[in-house]
Design a protein around this ligand. Structure first.
Ligand code: PEP
Ligand code: MN
Length: 337
C-alpha cells in the first residue's frame, strides 16, 4: 500500500503517519517528491488489508498495490532513480555506455580495449573474470587475477568497472575491485545471491533471465532492494524465443515496460541481445530511441581470437563508429551521450 501525503502536509503529519505504521510492525519507505511525499508500506498483508489511514491529518489518499514488487515500483517512487557510480550518473539525462571484452583474457587485451573505448566516450569498463559458460570445457575466466587487471586498467584510463558475480561467496572479493556488480541472466533468480547483494552498498546491474517475464525480473530486483541496497539497474539482454537467426530476441519493449512499472534505470545489451556484430549498432540506436539509460557493448581488439563471444564483439573501430552514430538519436529523445 502507499500513503500519499497531501501537498500541504506538515513534517509532524508525516511523522505521525510513519509512527503509526511502525507501531504496527510495518516497514515504511519514504519517497519525497517536489509536490508531495509518498509513504510506501511493506509488511504483513493481513495488517495492511485492515489499515485505515485516510482520516489521519495530512493524508490525501491511500492506494493498494496489487503487484508483489513494491520498493522497485513506480507507485512507491514516482521520480526516476539516478544511481551515482563514483560521479557517473545512471538514470539521468546522460546515456552511459559500458564497454569492454566479454572476458578478461590478459592485461594487454584489456588495456588495448580500454584505451579505445575511453577514447570513443565509454565511461565504464566491462569484462568478465568469472564466466558463466554453457559448457564446462569453455574458458571460465581468470578469477581474481582478472579482477586485478580490470581495476588496474580502469584506474589507468579513469573508467569505472562493471563485472559479473556468479557465486555469492565471491561478493566480498568482487566488491573490492568493482564499481558495479553484474548479476548475469543465468543467476537472475538466484535468490540467495540476490539477498546477499541487498546487504552491500555498491550498485547492482541485474540482467534479465533467459526466459524471465518482466514481473519475475522486477521481483528479482525487489529481493535486492528489500535488503537495503536500492542502487539497482536493470539490463535487457534478450530472451529465448523460437527465432534462431539471432542468439536471443532483444526485447526493446521491455525498456518501455520497465520505465512504466519502475523508477530504476535500465541498460540495454545489444551484444548478447543479438549475438551478431552487424546488428549491434542498429539495436543500440533503437535502444536509445526506446528510452534506455545506458548501453553495454562487447568490444575486443581481435574478435576472431576472442575466448568468448567473438561473433558479437565489436572491433575498436566499429565501436568508435557506433559511438559517433548515437548522438543524433540521443538528442532526438532529449538525451545526451
Ligand atoms: C556477460 O555480460 O558477459 C554475460 C554473460 O551476459 P548474460 O548474463 O546476459 O548472458
Ligand atoms: Mn559475453
Amino acid at each position: 500500500m502507499i500513503v500519499v501525503m497531501s501537498p500541504n502536509a506538515t513534517k509532524e503529519n508525516l511523522n505521525n503517519v510513519v509512527q503509526k505504521l511502525e507501531s504496527m510492525n510495518l516497514r515504511t519507505h519514504l519517497s519525497t517528491g517536489d509536490e508531495r511525499t509518498i509513504v510506501g508500506v511493506i509488511g504483513d498483508k493481513k495488517i495492511i488489508a485492515n489499515l485505515e489511514m485516510e482520516m489521519m491529518e495530512g493524508v490525501e489518499k491511500t492506494v493498494r498495490i496489487t503487484e508483489k514488487y513494491k520498493i522497485v515500483s513506480r507507485d512507491f517512487h514516482p521520480q526516476d532513480t539516478i544511481i551515482d557510480v563514483g560521479g557517473i550518473k545512471i538514470g539521468g539525462k546522460n546515456i552511459v555506455v559500458m564497454a569492454g571484452p566479454c572476458a578478461v583474457e590478459s592485461l594487454e587485451q584489456v588495456r588495448e580495449t580500454a584505451a579505445a573505448v575511453k577514447k570513443a566516450g565509454a565511461k565504464i569498463l566491462r569484462g568478465g573474470a568469472y564466466k558463466p559458460r554453457t559448457s564446462p570445457y569453455d574458458f571460465q575466466g581468470l578469477g581474481e587475477d582478472g579482477l586485478k587487471i580490470l581495476r588496474q586498467v580502469a584506474d589507468e584510463f579513469d573508467l569505472k568497472v562493471v563485472t559479473e558475480v556468479v557465486d555469492r561467496q565471491d561478493i566480498p572479493l568482487i566488491e573490492e575491485y568493482a564499481d558495479i556488480l553484474q548479476v548475469g541472466a543465468r543467476n537472475m533468480q538466484n535468490f540467495q545471491m540476490l539477498k546477499s547483494l541487498g546487504k552491500i552498498k555498491k550498485p547492482i546491474m541485474l540482467k534479465r533471465g533467459l526466459s524471465a517475464t518482466i514481473s519475475e525480473w522486477l521481483n528479482a530486483a525487489e529481493y535486492i532492494v528489500t535488503g537495503g541496497n536500492e542502487n539497482v539497474m536493470f539490463c535487457e539482454r534478450g530472451i529465448r524465443t523460437y527465432e534462431t537467426f539471432t542468439r536471443n530476441t532483444l526485447d526493446l519493449s521491455a525498456v518501455a515496460a520497465v520505465k512504466e512499472l519502475s523508477h530504476l534505470p535500465i541498460i540495454v545489451d545489444p551484444s548478447h541481445g543479438t549475438g551478431r556484430r552487424p546488428m549491434v549498432m542498429p539495436m543500440a540506436r533503437a535502444a536509445i530511441a526506446a528510452g534506455a539509460d545506458g548501453l553495454m557493448i562487447e568490444v575486443h581488439p581481435h574478435p576472431e581470437k576472442a575466448l568468448s563471444d567473438g561473433n558479437q564483439s565489436l572491433t575498436p573501430k566499429d565501436f568508435q563508429d557506433l559511438m559517433s552514430n548515437l548522438g543524433e538519436i540521443a538528442a532526438a529523445v532529449g538525451r545526451t551521450i
